[in-house]
Design a protein around this ligand. Structure first.
Ligand SMILES: [Zn+2]
Length: 232
């Protein structure tokens, strides 16, 4: 889809401003500081390593874009505004999952596959949510008629109705999308990121390769730099 320059510039500002929010400044999957990539289909902000793993899931699951080197459509931006790392983890995790060490790419890759492709943690949470049927009815009688929201709140409080009410009341106060957009709209553009451009160009080359060549290249790559890794 062709995006005109004005829209692209406006949307780049918005996505960069969103990436500066505290919740989005750490990778949604490994928790490392510094995000330059995002999944336009999932709505999360990612580090370079996790973004690479998302790309291997395929664009039907996760469409990875550079925050600055790709053009964003209005629809994608809307998804990013509605999403964000906190909301994505709230949706895809059941809570209490052990995050693998980013130093172990194989573990990290499996975790990302389980989280977004198999939706293992989400299913676990849904199964647990069915236990709260009577609490959901109680909340419904009190006027919290959206049972999905009520169940999500109960999951977060492990079935505590009073705490769930606090969450639901707090959520109601959340600003609507229009004002969220207005909040981020005036953000300034970022400076050039040379390292990121290198990777982006590499990605463009990669898209023209066959799977065998690609695998060869990935196997030869060093995924993690010890000095930059705060987990080790
Ligand atoms: Zn990461």
């Amino acid at each position: 889809m062709k995006i005109d320059r004005k829209t692209a510039e406006k949307n780049e500002k918005i996505v960069l401003e969103l990436s500066r929010k505290e919740e989005n400044s750490y990778c949604c999957d490994c928790g490392q500081k510094g995000v330059r990539w995002a999944s336009a289909t999932i709505g999360c902000f990612l580090c370079i390593n996790c973004a690479g793993m998302h790309r291997r899931l395929g664009t039907h699951i996760s469409k990875i874009k550079s925050l600055t080197l790709d053009s964003w459509t209005d629809k994608e931006i809307e998804g990013m505004v509605r999403g964000g790392n906190r909301s994505v983890n709230g949706c895809y995790l059941a809570g209490g999952e052990e995050r693998p060490c980013p130093k172990e790419p194989k573990d990290m890759e499996r975790y990302i596959k389980e989280k977004y492709e198999m939706k293992l943690f989400q299913k676990r949470k849904e199964a647990r949510g069915e236990q709260y049927g009577s609490e959901v009815s109680v909340l419904g009688e009190m006027g919290f008629s959206d049972s999905d929201r009520a169940r999500r709140a109960l999951l977060r409080t492990e079935g505590n109705v009073e705490e769930a009410i606090s969450i639901l009341v707090e959520d109601t106060k959340e600003a609507p999308l229009e004002s969220k957009l207005a909040d981020v709209f005036d953000g300034g553009a970022d400076e050039e990121h040379t390292e990121e451009r290198d990777v982006w160009e590499e990605v463009q080359t990669e898209d023209q390769e066959g799977p065998a060549e690609r695998r060869e290249r990935f196997e030869g790559e060093t995924l993690f730099d010890d000095e930059e890794n705060p987990w080790m």
